[in-house]
Design a protein around this ligand. Structure first.
Ligand SMILES: [Zn+2]
Ligand SMILES: [Zn+2]
Length: 211
């Protein structure tokens, strides 16, 4: 990591030793790692910017370009390897358990919109009509928003709920429910042996796509 990189010594995503064995790919700006708490039987990954930033919406335009290209590459790799387009989501500070930006890619065709609208009837919603994080960043910047939930539709378009009162891990929990595995919603409750087997397999299956 360069001297200019912004790092927080108490942050689990700033310390590579905390997730070394789960790294699928990395470059100077980001990591792609298999997540703890595999909801599906493998293929569930996170894109993590290397700089300590609270959410993707708070990044700079030139930084988002790299994260967007990582997102496209990871989406394609999962689609080919697992035969399913992943749903993409982010706890943009709302519902975050590690206070460092990370994008979830979960190989499941689920529509999260209905549940989110019902849970937060008073929230403002954004239909970004785009699959690019740069669209999110621009909207956050111009509207002065720094707290949101972000998710993709099965068609791949991004939507956001602005500052809804969501509990920790909210999007993981509703994804697990929609997939029919509510017991895997909270990553802290996952059987560590099974989880390890699933994330190791995820790393070995996805790594070849980033050589
Ligand atoms: Zn951090
Ligand atoms: Zn998260």
């Amino acid at each position: 990591m360069g001297l200019s990189a912004k790092v927080d010594n108490n942050c689990a995503f700033c310390d590579q030793t905390k997730f070394e064995e789960r790294i699928v790919a990395e470059n100077k700006d980001w990591y792609l790692i298999a997540t703890l708490g595999q909801i599906t039987d493998g293929g569930y990954v996170l894109i993590i910017p290397k700089q300590h930033v609270p959410c993707v919406g708070a990044m700079k335009e030139r930084e988002i370009i790299d994260i967007d290209s990582a997102l496209h590459a990871a989406r394609d790799a999962i689609n080919i390897e697992y035969g399913i387009k992943p749903v993409v989501f982010e706890h943009g500070v709302v519902g975050q358990t590690i206070q460092h930006a990370h994008i979830h890619l979960l190989p499941a065709q689920i529509r999260m919109c209905g549940k989110i609208y019902r849970d937060f009837p008073n929230a403002q919603f954004w239909f970004l009509d785009s699959d690019s994080l740069e669209t999110l960043r621009r909207n956050c910047k111009f509207a002065g928003v720094n707290k949101y939930l972000l998710w993709s539709t099965p068609e791949g378009l991004l939507k956001a709920a602005i500052d809804p009162p969501a509990p920790p891990q909210y999007l993981r929990i509703i994804a697990a429910e929609l997939i029919g595995r509510p017991e895997r919603g909270n990553w802290r409750n996952m059987d560590p042996e099974l989880d390890k087997q699933l994330y190791q397999e995820t790393v070995s299956r996805l790594k070849p796509y980033f050589k």
